[in-house]
Design a protein. Structure first.
Lengths: 267, 358, 299
């Protein structure tokens, strides 16, 4: 099901020897991998392996003590998350970071904020340019709402929606930024089979339709094997495998990590 | 049945974005504004205009300002009265020292000065949040009041710190009557309320609410923290500043710094809480309630005094007022934290179905 | 510079600071135990002081009045917990804070409704005169009463600190402050704990009210003194008893020194805002206060 029709391009994101610690805890140690344009790259590993931390480093929420991130010809070590957003990196979060007091429509509209140019005075007067800009972005957001099939709840405050729909709205908000790179942190966590199928469909459609490069963290092995082009496996903050799904499935180190086979202490 | 939206389809996004998408609402607001602009000044008696309705409008404007900062942007502020004071005194000084300055210009200068003060005292919001920020805004409240009292320039070197607002003249007409002042206040408040509504349903409003709901996430999707928070302080203080200028010019006349105490800041906060946090309409409802309630209480106590032939001292009434206000705050927070605005919304929902039960 | 005068001013400031700490302590107790920032603490101080002094003026024996007022404060605490806090138990902290602002108004109105609004003087038998020994030997004037108040505050703080750290109930209070659900899960009776806490806070408010009442008279302006305790909390952190003391000392000393040395240059009266500005500047450097706990936002 991983689109053979999709043309996977050059390397667009390169993670180089990234190490990250919090106090005494080493979240990541010397991790390196790359991501190619238009591909679906999965990051998997047991709990606590450092997957979310890796995503946080890529979009500038955490700053690694060592190593660099290279995105589209630019190298960073301490990019901040706003810079990452303006460069075209968008993401969703494990625990849903939506704005609970706003409606679905407004939440997704916030994803367009970097594209809005009118100043607050123009907005206050609702002059021609402000009104036109608002309606133009509204049109773009409505396309996303159609795509994600959430028209019926567009005015509902997000705090009142069930978990699965909230995750969809969060995806919508990330899509609204028209990102070049989309980071998804466990987009299917807590969903039932039907919701997972829907979410898979949306994710693949995003990749097919918009050509967005995807990096996702996911625990459901079936999903990972089905939709990813290549997979990175982390364990205790280190990379232990990197390749296409078939290779990863058979890799002994990966199997050991998931089964928790006793090993020598990791320094 | 009267209130149903059946048949009112929106075929463009522009129609969907209207402030009053339901036709009945548009008619109602039109009637209300016409009534306010034409009927009230002709019919209203001077006492009502100058002592009740005009101060209500001014309070609404201040509540609107605070609502923008606390309700929409989530930055709790206890320094509202200080911003009003800046607006009042700077408008006075602009009118005094700049020859030929039109009164609206003075009001705007008052507002802009208040906005500047707001930005300075809003800087801590970049580092501190919640109650800590609230206590920091107390610094603003006390400092500004002290400065206005001690620095003679503000009150034109008057020994008591008291100023007398100048006469208002617009396009050659003297605005001295209560009706005139009322109309001026109404026009300014209506326009600024419209501007506020426009702002809050645009990107600025969304950015404010995003910062309120989860500022870390807002930052991650590209919303600039510093610019947004400071803008919230600036716009909110501008509104409070203009409200303060109106307070001086269209209501009090003679203004002393003690008119802008912490007590006033709390009153306006109460308007926001009771009226509805994060709601333009709520600001008006809350202001109406807090303005009318003392009058109602006074009348009620006079009636009781008459019926039972006793004398009820003013102190008792004002203490009762404080207790009831406090009690109402607690009541609203428990029962309907979204205030009168939410109750109004619920009423409208019921009205859609009326007279049918469901 | 006159060293003796400087020491006098400094000492006066430090002693005032201890008294600020006393009020701040009430805040810390309630925050530690229930996570509620009780803006009404100042009004509680005022209410306690006014009730006590009114009872004494109506002829009640000093100690009896003390006990009666304490009982009233405890009842007040229980009623507050039942009527205001329990219905709001799951709301965000800012809602509870605003409820305590409402409570402030209720208490201020109630105090004056019951007892009237004239100022009252209060005497404890310790004169507000300089300690002779210090003033004669080193020409330093430090009020006897200030020293007494500092002593009482110190004792109270020490007792409370021990109570929190060493006793079973103190541990339970700390557990409750950390996590209500978890505390319930291990069988801590939440309601009893809160009743105890508000009772103790009421007692602290009474002591603070009496001390400040003797110093400044029992009148409405007492509530502003209590507001001064807020900068103390900003500096010391909301959850720390030692922080309340240290914060109080810092605020008291700096305020007094500024008032005496810098005040005349700008026309005086800076004590209305100086404490707040100091706390503000302090916060910019250390947003959680000296001993407060850092809050890390997890995304």
């Amino acid at each position: 099901m991983s689109g053979a029709a999709r043309r996977v391009g050059e390397v667009v994101l390169s993670v180089q020897e990234v190490s990250l610690s919090f106090g005494g805890v080493r979240a990541l140690q010397g991790v390196s991998f790359d991501v190619r344009e238009h591909e679906v790259r999965a990051i998997i590993g047991p709990n606590g392996a450092g997957k979310s931390s890796m995503l946080n480093v890529i979009n500038g929420v955490y700053h690694p003590q060592q190593g660099k991130i290279r995105f589209r010809e630019r190298e960073f070590q301490d990019m901040d998350s706003r810079q990452a957003a303006s460069l075209g990196i968008a993401r969703t979060f494990q625990n849903i970071a939506l704005f609970k007091g706003m409606s679905v429509l407004d939440n997704i509209m916030t994803g367009r904020n970097l594209k809005m140019r009118c100043g607050f005075l123009q907005q206050a007067l609702w002059l021609g340019p402000a009104k036109r800009e608002e309606l133009q972005h509204r049109r773009a957001v409505e396309e996303i709402i159609d795509f994600l099939e959430i028209q019926h709840i567009r005015r509902t405050p997000v705090g009142r929606l069930p978990y699965g729909l909230q995750k969809r709205v969060e995806l919508g908000r990330a899509l609204a930024a028209e990102p070049a790179l989309l980071l998804l942190d466990e987009p299917m966590a807590g969903m039932n089979l039907e919701e997972k199928q829907d979410m898979c469909r949306f994710i693949l459609d995003v990749n097919d339709h918009y050509g967005t490069t995807l990096v996702l963290i996911e625990h459901d092995m079936g999903v990972v094997m089905d939709i990813s082009d290549r997979v990175v496996v982390l364990d205790y903050g280190r990379k232990i495998a990197d390749g296409v799904p078939e290779e990863i499935k058979r890799d002994q180190k990966v199997i050991d990590a998931y089964l928790g086979v006793a090993r020598e202490a990791v320094n | 049945m009267l209130y149903r939206e059946a048949g009112q389809f929106k075929s463009t996004y522009a129609q969907d974005q209207q402030i009053f998408p339901i036709r009945q609402d548009r008619i109602a607001i039109g009637v209300l504004l016409a009534f306010a602009a034409i009927v009230v000044p002709l019919v209203g008696n001077e006492y009502w205009l100058s002592a009740i309705i005009t101060p209500f409008l001014i309070a609404s404007l201040a509540a609107l300002g605070l609502n923008i900062l606390t309700g929409y942007a989530g930055q709790l502020s206890l320094g509202t009265a200080a911003f009003m004071a800046v607006g009042a005194f700077m408008a006075y000084n602009a009118e005094l020292r700049i020859p030929g300055m039109p009164i609206i210009g003075s009001f705007i200068i008052g507002g802009v000065c208040a906005a500047a003060v707001g930005i300075v005292f809003g800087l801590p919001s970049l580092r501190i949040k919640g109650f800590y920020l609230a206590v920091a805004t107390l610094a603003c409240q006390f400092f500004v009041l002290w400065a206005i009292n001690r620095v003679p320039w503000f009150s034109n070197h008057s020994s008591s710190g008291v100023i007398t607002a100048q006469k208002i003249e617009i396009l050659g007409y003297d605005v001295v009557s209560p009706a005139g002042k009322y109309l001026l206040t109404l026009a300014i408040v209506a326009l600024m309320a419209l501007a506020a509504k426009n702002l809050m349903r645009s990107e600025t409003g969304r950015a404010f609410m995003a910062v309120r709901d989860m500022d870390v996430a807002a930052s991650v999707i590209g919303i600039p923290m510093m610019r947004t928070k400071l803008l919230a302080f600036a716009i909110s203080s501008f509104y409070c500043g203009v409200a303060g200028a109106l307070y001086a010019f269209c209501y009090l006349g003679t203004v002393e710094p003690e008119a802008f105490t912490l007590d006033l800041s709390f009153r306006i906060l109460f308007m926001v809480i009771i009226g509805g946090v994060g709601s333009i309409l709520g600001s008006f409802l809350g202001a109406a309630f807090i303005t009318m309630f003392p009058i109602f209480l006074n009348r009620a106590s006079e009636w009781v005094a008459g019926v039972f032939a006793v004398e009820i001292p003013g102190a008792i009434v004002s203490n009762l007022e404080a207790m009831i206000f406090g009690g109402l705050i607690i009541f609203f927070l428990i029962v309907e934290p979204n205030g009168l605005a939410r109750l109004w919304q619920i009423a409208k929902e019921k009205l859609r179905l009326w007279p049918f039960p469901h | 510079m006159d060293i003796a005068f400087f020491i006098e001013v400094l000492a006066g400031g430090l002693l005032a600071g201890v008294m600020y700490s006393l009020v701040a302590l009430g805040f810390v107790l309630i925050y530690k135990a229930s996570g509620v920032f009780n803006f009404a603490q100042g009004a509680m101080v005022f209410f306690a002081a006014l009730t006590f002094v009114s009872l004494v003026e109506r002829g009640l024996n000093f100690w009896l009045a003390l006990v009666v007022t304490l009982a009233i404060m405890v009842v007040l605490g229980l009623v507050t917990e039942r009527v205001v806090l329990r219905p709001l138990v799951n709301q965000p902290p800012i809602t509870l804070f605003m409820a305590t602002i409402g409570l402030t108004f209720v208490l201020e109105g109630l105090s004056q409704f019951l007892w009237g609004s004239q100022p009252h003087g209060l005497e404890l038998g310790i004169p507000d005169v300089p300690m002779e020994w210090l003033s004669q030997k080193w020409n330093i004037n430090i009020s006897q009463f200030d020293l007494f108040a500092a002593f009482v505050s110190g004792v109270l703080v020490a007792v409370l600190a021990v109570f929190f750290q060493k006793t079973r109930i103190g541990r339970a209070l700390r557990a409750v402050a950390d996590d209500h659900q978890a505390a319930l899960a291990v069988g801590i009776p939440l309601q009893h704990i809160w009743a105890i806490v508000w009772g103790v806070a009421g007692f602290v408010a009474l002591v603070a009210g009496i001390m400040w009442g003797v110093r400044n008279g029992v009148q409405y302006s007492l509530t502003f003194v209590a507001l001064k305790a807020l900068p103390v909390l900003l500096i010391g952190g909301f959850e720390s008893i030692p922080g309340a003391i240290l914060g109080g000392l810092i605020i008291g000393a700096s305020e007094k020194l500024a008032e005496v040395y810098a005040g005349p240059m700008v026309g005086g009266g800076i004590e209305s805002w100086f404490a707040y500005v100091v706390a503000l500047l302090f916060l910019l450097v250390r947003p959680e206060g000296l001993f407060g706990e850092k809050h890390i936002d997890r995304v």
